[in-house]
Write a protein that binds this ligand. Sequence first.
Ligand code: BES
Ligand code: MN
Ligand code: MN
Length: 456
Amino acid sequence: MKDLKNYIETNKERFLQELFELIRIPSISAKENHKQDMYKAAEWIKNSLIKSGADEAKVFDTDGHPVVFGKKIINPSLPTIMVYGHYDVQPAEPLELWTSKPFEPEVRDGKIYARGADDDKGQMFMHFKAFEYLIKTNQLPCNVKFMIEGEEEIGSPSLEKFCSQNKEMLASDVILVSDTTMLGPDIPSITTGLRGLSYCEVEVTGPNRDLHSGLYGGAVANPINILAKMIASLTDEKGNITVKGFYDDVEVISMEERKDMSRAPFKLEEYKKSLDIADVYGEEGYTTMERVGIRPSLDCNGIWGGYIEEGAKTVLPSKAYAKISMRLVPHQDSKKISELFVKHFEAIAPPYVKVKAKLLHGGEGYVSPTDTIEYQAASKALEDVYGIKPIPYRSGGSIPIISLFEKVLGIKSILMGFGLESDAIHSPNENYPLQQFYKGIEAIPYFYKHYAELKK
Ligand code: BES
Ligand code: MN
Ligand code: MN
């Protein structure tokens, strides 16, 4: 690639300043009072695509937050790469745990600290600048489209409809996504699997009003105590999920395949140290990598009820609530799992409480094969930049829209992410190492080059 390193070196400060402008817009999709910020971010993306060299870019309204679409068509007979990313971010709370403000990006120790620095503003923006380089140096080898949404962090509720209504506009040969992690800064890797998700909320009701815990304590069931027991019973002592029928469709992976997967480097001691835990925990018979990569899981994401303000209040609450999510593996259907969960949760409720369980959102997992042109193109691109062949591995995270792209548009995705596990996405002090940001910008043009060549 002509002049690539030099182009990045000359423009690196500008790239960073541009990214900071986007990060400063608090585009939190989950919060109604940030609606204006969603439009502001979408406009910014549109303008940035045009500045980077797109012929056209447009903000599309949806039932939810807007989608930005842009393109550069150099020759309709050439292949088309579509870049997918998301400009929405997770809420920044708890704010007091941030060292610098979440929407005032700052570079410390070679890392950008801010909400969205990695997920996904930083990773998405690498694509804009890689594209800019290809245009400015006259090396773009194929057509490019960009579809950047604003609802990924809330389960992409409007994007399926957007896709099915705009099939022609979105037609392309492959979808390129940087919204996942690599195994380490010097271990190039390609994500070949994402887990599905089923996210439910439950409500447990005891007495018809809050009670004095002295006058009633011991005589009336406390819904928080009951909910805690019910949640605890959702997994057994072997770490298996007890929801009836939960494992029925789980993909069985052969020992041979598992052995193959275990070649991906993983340092248990470092892992424990980085999380400050004495030991890991999970399903018996599986390694830590397998527990997140090829096995499903169930977690309580939040639990509340009763008195949580300052001081003590002696109360036996009327209600208790929890949010419970399940990460799913290939062949598990998120709708079916949610139904099984709701049924199970109602069935295990003791007679002295009433329970309600409902689905908040969900989506399917994704497995991408390694014997495809797009995998080879990504593999060669990373090898060009890192000097070693990347390792395929299945991630525990979810991007439910990826399986819908295949279903609705018939297009496969390649997950070439540059995040690191230490980037603390969704957490306080989210960060993105500058090295990852610039290496990503360097690797992406090679993907274009190899893909266009292989596709000939
Ligand atoms: N980019 C992440 C998903 C991810 C991160 C996949 C790292 C693999 C490695 C994405 O923005 C995300 O957070 N997805 C949500 C799902 C969504 C439906 C809320 C998730 O995984 O919790
Ligand atoms: Mn993301
Ligand atoms: Mn995310």
